[in-house]
Write a protein that binds this ligand. Sequence first.
Ligand SMILES: [Zn+2]
Ligand SMILES: [Zn+2]
Length: 240
Amino acid sequence: MDGSKYTMDLHTHTIVSGHAYNTMNEMIRAAADKNLKIIGITEHAPAMPGSTNLYYFQNLNILRNEKYGVHVLYGAELNILDEQGTTDLDARSWRDLDYCIASFHDACTVSGTKEENTNAYVQAMKHPKVMVIGHPDNGIFPADYEELVRAAAEEHVLIELNNNSLNPQGFRLNARNNDLVILDLCVKHHVPVLLSSDAHCEEEVGNFSRVIPLLQETGFPEELVVNQSEELLRQYLPTA
Ligand SMILES: [Zn+2]
Ligand SMILES: [Zn+2]
């Protein structure tokens, strides 16, 4: 399948995240070279070891939203820290962001039970800026996927299909099987998925090569893939 109809990548990291390797300009240039229309820069929030500080997020509004012919959105990947869905940016720091991703990372949070993790996801969805749940396929943080997807429908939040999760050299557990379950539930509850590269270097920007085969294999409906429609994105992010 030709991936070029997917014109947005809303989950990318730069050197600011501490374990990614290109500058913001390089990432935006890579998006332009790959004919993306929209890129989202979403650094790890401060609980991630080696990432940046609160003031970085507060100051993003000095940057332009158009660069190299690409529309640039500025967000954050929040860390879900506990069962209550607590995240690691204060309101002053997320207030001016375009959107946030909320994710579990084992560098920041110890997994709870399936019920606790599910509750954490559901509570994180209620955050005013959370537009998408990041890599819920990571089996290190087991969750009740039926409950997760049902809550996403109710809270008007997207589910991410993360290309990095399917990297054979990656650290996420059982991601492929979990993705198959999640995709099936997204169809059942009519919840769109957001394809993300989760790029930590410029070569990965807009790379959906591992998730596209899953969409094909499951016959996932195109109208539930956010990346093919700016109109659909705007239902979740009116400012995009
Ligand atoms: Zn992540
Ligand atoms: Zn990420």
